[in-house]
Design a protein around this ligand. Structure first.
Ligand SMILES: C[S@@+](CC[C@H](N)C(=O)[O-])C[C@H]1O[C@@H](n2cnc3c(N)ncnc32)[C@H](O)[C@@H]1O
Length: 315
């Protein structure tokens, strides 16, 4: 028997490439099924979805689920590769997959990264785990840029991260302003993961995790000066009224998880609640909106039209 064959198996990776627009739908296939899911941009028109399983996955079930999603979206079914990773290789592979990177002033790295963070960055240690939010996705990085830009405009804001996933945005806000933050998600596993990441980042009691679908939990009564919500366009539209109601005068909503073409739809829903657009941040196909609740009745309405600053992604 060769040494290679004798090595114990750490887990299985399922990998395939899809169009940027199809990333959320195909990632959802692994929600609650895989032990971890990540999506990484590999080309302008191509994203790689990687799902990790500790136990051998059911290949037929995966192929069927991918075919179903493809049919629903009118895409061709991706050809997924499934391979076992021996223990040592898997650890190394994880390190290679999540090299540190920067978004604005934030320096996002795994716990395995050695050495100090670059000068004048805000380090965020995010473990690639079972919740969405490693930072690479255009919707997450758009929110991080928005937080970076709001740093000077908000003073010690009361922050809610709705749909916190890994907790990356809540942690970024906590570190940017040195404030306690609330992170909520309808997935209890995500809330637990966010709590773990908050501890890794030294937030301690500065992170309050809440399991809530939308604003159902009374613990999200607000008011908040900053609500971060990287969900999808339709849930964001549905949440417009309760979200706006919880924003303090002058408060900001950072909305993401929408494609560029869905911007007007989401913005209209929030404009009806009296919010005005302050910034638009574009990262590839993904758009992040920074909306503001008017501070006073007399604030100029001109800022409410569909325009604003647009930032294209690096490179
Ligand atoms: C795209 S991930 C964003 C994760 C992280 N905030 C980020 O920016 O990378 C969306 C998260 O929102 C959660 N979610 C979706 N709909 C929700 C809802 N109606 N209420 C609360 N959480 C929701 C999902 O479980 C998921 O963790």
């Amino acid at each position: 028997m060769s040494g290679e064959a004798a090595r114990p198996i750490a887990g299985w990776f399922v990998e395939f490439d899809v169009l940027p627009v199809a990333v959320p739908a195909f990632s959802d296939v692994f929600d609650g099924v895989a032990d971890a899911v990540a999506s990484v941009e590999v080309a302008a028109d191509r994203w790689r979805i990687e799902a990790f399983f500790r136990a051998e996955p059911d290949r037929e079930a995966i192929a069927d689920a991918l075919a179903l999603v493809a049919k629903g979206g009118g895409w061709s079914a991706p050809a997924a590769s499934i391979r076992a990773e021996p223990v040592a290789d898997w650890v190394q592979a994880t390190y290679r997959r999540f090299p540190p990177f920067r978004v604005g002033r934030f320096y996002i790295h795994g716990r395995h990264t050695r050495g100090p963070a670059p000068a004048s960055t805000i380090p965020l240690a995010i473990e690639a785990a079972v919740a969405f939010g490693s930072g690479e996705h255009g919707s997450t990085s758009g929110c991080l840029l928005a937080i970076d830009r709001l740093r000077q405009r908000l003073r010690r804001p009361r922050v809610l991260d709705l749909g916190c996933g890994s907790g990356i945005l809540a942690i970024a806000a906590a570190k940017a302003w040195h404030v306690a933050v609330t992170g909520a998600d309808n997935d209890p596993v995500a809330v637990r993961t966010a709590g773990d990441n908050a501890r890794i980042n030294g937030l301690g009691r500065g992170f309050r995790g809440v399991v809530s679908s939308g604003f159902q939990s009374p613990r999200l009564a607000g008011p908040f000066d900053l609500v971060l919500a990287n969900i999808l366009a339709n849930p964001l539209v549905r949440l417009a009224r309760p979200l706006a109601a919880r924003l303090a005068p002058g408060g900001r909503a950072v909305l993401a998880g929408l494609l560029v073409g869905q911007g007007p739809l989401v913005f209209q829903a929030y404009r009806r609640q009296g919010l005005i657009v302050e910034q638009r941040i574009r990262r590839g196909e993904w758009l992040t909106l920074v909306l503001k609740r008017k501070a006073a009745a007399g604030e100029p309405a001109a800022a409410g039209c569909w325009r604003g600053e647009e930032v294209r992604r690096r490179g």
